[in-house]
Design a protein around this ligand. Sequence first.
Ligand SMILES: Nc1ncnc2c1ncn2[C@@H]1O[C@H](COP(=O)(O)OP(=O)(O)O)[C@@H](O)[C@H]1O
Ligand SMILES: O=P(O)(O)OC[C@H](O)CO
Length: 482
Amino acid sequence: MKDVILALDQGTTSSRAIAVNADGKVVASAQREFPQHYPKPGWVEHDPREILDSQLAVMDEVLEKTGGARAIGITNQRETTVLWDRETGEAVHPAIVWQDRRTADMCRGLADYAGLFASRTGLRLDPYFAGTKLRWLLENLPNVRQRAEAGELAFGTVDSWLVWHLTGGKHHLTDATNASRTLLFDIHRQCWDDELLRILDIPKTVLPEVVDSSGLIAETTDGLPIAGIAGDQHAALFGQGCYEPGMAKNTYGTGCFLLMHTGAKPVMSANRLLTTMAWRIDGKPEYALEGSVFIAGALVQWLRDEMGLISTSEEVGELAATVADSHGLVIVPAFAGLGAPHWDPQARGLAIGLTRGVNKAHWCRAALESIAFQSGELVRCMERDAGHRMAELKVDGGATMNDLLMQIQADLCSAPVVRPKNIETTAMGAAFLAGLGVGMWKDRREILAMLEEERRFEPREIDAAAKWRDWDRAVERAKAWE
Ligand SMILES: Nc1ncnc2c1ncn2[C@@H]1O[C@H](COP(=O)(O)OP(=O)(O)O)[C@@H](O)[C@H]1O
Ligand SMILES: O=P(O)(O)OC[C@H](O)CO
């Protein structure tokens, strides 16, 4: 079983590994959750050691089952920022997670440069991205700036952190998709931007080399080629076979991330979406439009773990299906501010429309609706940018196993929602990128031939306009709270 590609999928809440054979079938997999740390309201951290150890553990588990692999593909939670000592390989601080809002004031202070950052990086000045997180580390930890300037420290997103350790500290690199989430990378010229680095006061010495998303990138200490790297949402776009302009996918995990392939030239959004890399292969960049929702499946976890309203994630769908609607309840899960298209780091979560008849099942229904509304807002923006309706929405990620959520999504967007047989599209994308890198598959056509649909959810006639009106009003009330 050695003729497999090993995909490492380092997500926000768990590390996963899967082995994919030449037919595109998953032959082995393993998964391990790791702890989330919330040291202050609005702060979210991971222990980089826990990220690494959990990822290595699942990797070993899968390799044990397969007896080896032909190559490794890496995909990862994006923007999460790690700074480590080049000598010891130890992080100087916990990883600052993408959901962390601690740099909201810093971003406001940089508002004069918003246009410049947007035109070069395709991003907005929001605490979401890595650049201001890195600056926070340089400004707030003793000695760190001096050590960074002396070349002693290395910065990276989670892909860089993993590659560093997998290669025994030999390679400090990142791929173009992960670089495009830092606020430091010029997506047009495909290089780190000196002017933006100067504005953020970040020394170039800490930055990794930027490489393609597919190809022979590096070798692990055990001699395994690392042949693919991409941020998880870009990998999912690849794994869904969205290779033509206009093709889009939405991933329902901790958050929701809707990406639409736009071709070889970046398209700037007129509707507050981001411009980002799709991937870069053979030195040729391809681009995408993206809308990011910060809290989606995480709301279901919150109902389960913090509120105790349900005991398993599946229960949210079972309970929600016992009622026809949310009885007027609207939940806006702005726990980490609001992402696209509102971009309000000061927004906070809200439940409105409570009346005496609202029960547990209505809470569950409103929770699912809030995930669908947030994704639906992104669809609306993308349709405006594209100038036409979306033909269909390809979906993947853990929460897509919820049939009711998928049906609500189709109804609210008046578009078919298409679920593939394998909803682990992120890891599949990393496997495909690595497999192309070592010649396991010849080209994208071969990959498309392996993809299978499982179910289409056709939109039903509902009074969507009334629902959207309530949602829009509730969102306005959640804004600018903190
Ligand atoms: N049946 C379900 N209905 C709704 N949400 C679910 C369901 N099962 C899992 N989820 C949510 O999906 C998320 C897990 O999806 P996953 O793709 O593994 O996320 P991530 O990669 O962000 O860690 C969790 O936030 C979980 O609450
Ligand atoms: O770990 P996930 O799947 O929730 O993805 C996180 C995103 O990459 C954040 O931008």
